[in-house]
Design a protein around this ligand. Structure first.
Ligand code: CO
Length: 193
């Protein structure tokens, strides 16, 4: 994929949108009313609108390596604050995925330089659940389980943010922990709530 391809594909995509609905873009620019905040991994294989069959305007998105909600990360905190207080989303989805490189990095001892402090957050989850994880002999399943535990742990982290806790109490904001199973293309609900 090069820049010429991107420009060409964008043009035909834009045309396909206005073909069935000439007002599509003039309506789109009026504003967004997404009901869902999605926090997922930056992995190129986990394209949120595609896997959830969503259209533009339906999902407010934040992505980072291994879908982390870190209390000192102003970026994720700003996204959450805007989504919960201003957009008043009804659902927050934290979505991990099997085969996550960030989670795999936490399971290895390799030095990743500037990435180390970020990966350390996942290593903490590994340490907290070491007994369970060390009892899993299959390496793929171990990665998958840490992906699940990581998503659940991020659900807990986001529940502790004041705006989120308040919206849970006052207007029943729901938090969902999901995993994208790349073996099947299906989402798994970890039943956080
Ligand atoms: Co990932």
């Amino acid at each position: 994929m090069n820049i010429q391809d991107i420009m060409k594909k964008n043009k035909s995509w834009s045309e396909s949108k206005t073909k069935g609905d000439p007002e599509y873009f003039s309506n789109l620019i009026k504003g967004q009313v997404p009901k869902v905040l999605y926090i997922g991994c930056s992995d190129s294989r986990v394209a949120v609108e595609q896997i959830m069959g969503a259209d533009l305007g339906e999902i407010f998105v934040h992505r980072n390596i291994a879908n982390l909600v870190v209390q000192s990360d102003l970026n994720v905190l700003s996204v959450i604050n805007y989504a919960v207080i201003h957009l008043k989303v009804e659902h927050i989805i934290i979505c991990g995925h099997y085969g996550c490189g960030g989670v795999q990095a936490a399971l290895s001892d390799s030095d990743l330089g500037d990435l180390n402090p970020w990966i350390a957050h996942i290593k903490e989850i590994y340490t907290k659940n070491q007994k369970e994880l060390d009892s899993i002999t299959d390496d793929t399943r171990k990665n998958e389980r840490l992906v699940e535990l990581n998503a659940l742990s991020q659900c807990q982290n986001i529940s502790k943010i004041q705006a989120v806790a308040q919206a849970q109490n006052e207007r029943k904001l729901q938090i969902h922990g999901l995993v994208f199973n790349m073996n099947t293309g299906l989402l798994i609900d970890l039943n956080y709530n």
